[in-house]
Design a protein around this ligand. Structure first.
Ligand code: DC
Length: 232
C-alpha cells in the first residue's frame, strides 16, 4: 500500500477529484463546477504554494524536508470565498496574490516533492472532505488523496496552449513574461511533477480524460457536471 494513501475510512461528503498538469485548466474549471453544485473548492496546489511562500519569506531552505514538514503540519491555512473569488490566508493574512509569483512557482516543485511534506498536506486535504462535498484539484487528488472519489477527472492540454494560458494569467496579474519562457517553465514543471519519487502526476486508471486544448471553460464545466450527475 502507498504510505500516503492510508486511512481512507474518514467519513466524508461527495468528492469530485481533478488532476492534470500545470495550465490544463483545472483551477478555473474546478471552481465553477464547485459553484454550480454548491460544493467547496479545494485547491491543493495553493496549499503547496502557501507553504513555499512561507518558507521563502522565512528564509527556510526548500531542500529542508524536516523543517518544511513541521511547518506544513502547523501552518494555519484557511480558504475563504466571497463575491470576488476564492482566497487563501495564513495567520489571517490574505496571500492569494503572493503565492502566484514566479519566485514561488520556481520553488514549489521542490517543496512539494518531499515525502514528509506530502504526508502533512494529504492529511489536511482529507480533513477538508469531512465537513461536506468538495471539488478537489491538484496532481494526486485522484490517485492518493481521494482514490475513492465519486468522480475522477484527468485534464490535459498541449504545452503551447497551457503556456499561452499561463502568460494570460500572469499578464492579468501585471507580471511580464513571454511565450517561450512559459513553455520552458511548463516543460520543466511537467518533468519535475511527473518524474518525482513520491506521488508523481499520473492518470488514475478510472479517471475520465478531458483534453481541454480546444474546449471552452463552459464546455469543460458542462462535461464534468454531466458526468457527475450521470454517476449518481
Ligand atoms: O496547480 P499549481 O500550479 O498551483 O501547483 C503548484 C505546485 O504544487 C505544482 O508544481 C505541483 C505541486 N502540487 C502537488 O505536488 N500536488 C498537488 N496535489 C497539487 C500541487
Amino acid at each position: 500500500m502507498n504510505n500516503l494513501s492510508h486511512n481512507n475510512s474518514v467519513p466524508r461528503g461527495k468528492v469530485i477529484a481533478i488532476d492534470g498538469p500545470a495550465g490544463s485548466g483545472k483551477s478555473t474549471t474546478a471552481k465553477i463546477v464547485a459553484e454550480r453544485l454548491g460544493f467547496t473548492y479545494l485547491d491543493t496546489g495553493a496549499m503547496y504554494r502557501a507553504l513555499t511562500y512561507y518558507a521563502l519569506e522565512n528564509k527556510i531552505n526548500p531542500a529542508d524536508e524536516k523543517k518544511l514538514a513541521e511547518i506544513a503540519e502547523q501552518l494555519p491555512l484557511e480558504f475563504r470565498r466571497n463575491d470576488g473569488g476564492d482566497f487563501i490566508y495564513i495567520n489571517g493574512q490574505d496571500i492569494s496574490s503572493e503565492i502566484r509569483t514566479p519566485e514561488v512557482t520556481k520553488n514549489v516543485s521542490e517543496v512539494s516533492a518531499h515525502l514528509l511534506v506530502r504526508q502533512a498536506m494529504v492529511a489536511k486535504q482529507k480533513e477538508f472532505a469531512k465537513d461536506g462535498s468538495i471539488v478537489a484539484e491538484g496532481r494526486d487528488t485522484t490517485t492518493v488523496v481521494f482514490p475513492d472519489a465519486d468522480l475522477k477527472i484527468y485534464m490535459d492540454a498541449s504545452v503551447k496552449e497551457r503556456a499561452r494560458r499561463r502568460l494570460l494569467d500572469l499578464s492579468n496579474m501585471g507580471i511580464e513574461s513571454n511565450l517561450s519562457e512559459q513553455e520552458q517553465d511548463i516543460n520543466r514543471r511537467d518533468e519535475y511533477d511527473s518524474g518525482r519519487q513520491h506521488s508523481p502526476l499520473t492518470k488514475a486508471e478510472d479517471a475520465v480524460v478531458i483534453d481541454t486544448t480546444n474546449l471552452t471553460i463552459e464546455e469543460q464545466v458542462d462535461r464534468i457536471v454531466e458526468l457527475f450527475q450521470a454517476s449518481r
